[in-house]
Design a protein around this ligand. Structure first.
Ligand code: NDP
Length: 294
């Protein structure tokens, strides 16, 4: 048996098209152009690539993209001042501060300074609280993209056993809330979990968000399970070159799973597409207009 590969690039391309259609309707009907501001502090190479891709995708969708690059020695007060300015800017509907920030800046303070209505990353404590209590906030992009792919594959997930490996605020915990909302029976595993293999073996849905290359072994995957691999790890090959692998041992898992996301080409592309979608949602709520159907 070989699993179906869940094509994140194709899902993302479809969602981006939907977003572009929504943006066209908003422009035509309400003269409203959603705007996304991305703030990049410093010169971290991975962050530079993410920010470039985000800006490209924002413009392709017809939205306004605003980029703010700041030196790594910017003070926390200056950065908070920039966030305040963006909170007050009516052309900006979504604000994303690229993480990680340099060590002298308190990340939590910066995230908390973003207006919850413009927090398209969904990391603000108000948005986490709304997600946990069933309210209408903005949801973190990566887990929301994972749920969209799971729904696309499985449809109704009610009653399925979902095991999430990882409990970070940006992936594991919101993923657990989203799958609870889908009526899954959710287990969240982490570094202190005992017998992780046995826990994963009970799962109809496995979401791996750990940051440890191939930690989840293929032999742990129940036959027919659906596997979402969030991890992005760069490992060195025998020839000295590097390659990206996920948190799941893909070559073995593919023999057991019913469906699985690859790395790269799985969760990663969806994250940016959902960011655009969140920006449309935020713009509609701020303007008090109905979000166009997709
Ligand atoms: P964090 O480092 O914040 O969290 C990792 C989690 O994994 C923690 O909860 C930790 O447990 C758990 N963990 C670590 N080691 C083990 C272990 N041996 N057994 C079980 N659990 C373990 O990572 P993130 O959630 O931010 O990211 C996870 C991965 O997803 C990374 O590879 C990251 O690059 C990737 N990622 C990909 C995105 C995308 O767009 N595709 C977006 C965001 C992240 P504990 O809490 O006990 O320490």
């Amino acid at each position: 048996m070989s699993a179906d590969v869940i094509d994140g690039k194709a899902f993302a391309a479809g969602l981006k098209q939907d977003v572009a259609r929504q943006v066209a309707v908003l422009k035509e009907k309400y003269d409203l152009t959603p705007g996304l501001a991305v703030v990049l502090v410093g010169e971290d190479p991975a962050s530079q690539i993410y920010v470039r891709n985000k800006n490209k995708s924002t413009k392709e969708s017809g939205m306004n993209g605003f980029e703010y690059r700041r030196d790594p020695d910017i003070s926390e007060a200056e950065l908070l001042g920039l966030v305040k300015k963006l909170n007050e800017d009516p052309l900006v509907h979504g604000i994303l501060v690229q993480l990680p920030l340099p060590g002298h800046i308190n990340e939590a303070a910066v995230i908390d300074a973003i207006s919850p209505a413009k927090d398209v990353d969904g990391f603000h404590v108000i948005n986490s609280g709304l997600l946990a209590t069933g309210g209408q906030g903005l949801v973190p992009c990566t887990p929301l993209g994972c749920v969209m792919m799971l729904k696309g594959r499985l449809g109704n997930m009610s009653g399925l056993n979902a095991v999430i490996v990882g409990r970070s605020n940006i992936v594991g915990k919101p993923m657990a809330q989203l799958l609870l909302n889908e009526n899954c029976t959710v287990t969240v595993a982490h570094s202190r979990t005992r017998n992780l293999d046995a826990v994963v073996r009970g799962a109809d849905i496995v979401v791996a968000a750990v940051g440890v290359a191939e930690l989840v072994k293929g032999s742990w995957i129940r036959d027919g399970a659906t596997v979402i691999d969030v991890g992005i790890n760069r490992i060195e090959k025998a020839d000295g070159k590097t390659r990206l692998v996920g948190d799941v041992e893909y070559a073995e898992a593919v023999k057991h799973a019913g469906a699985i996301t690859p790395v790269p080409g799985g969760v990663g592309p969806m994250t940016i597409a959902v960011l655009l979608k969140n920006t449309v949602t935020a713009a509609c709520r701020q303007a008090g207009v109905e979000e166009p159907e997709i």
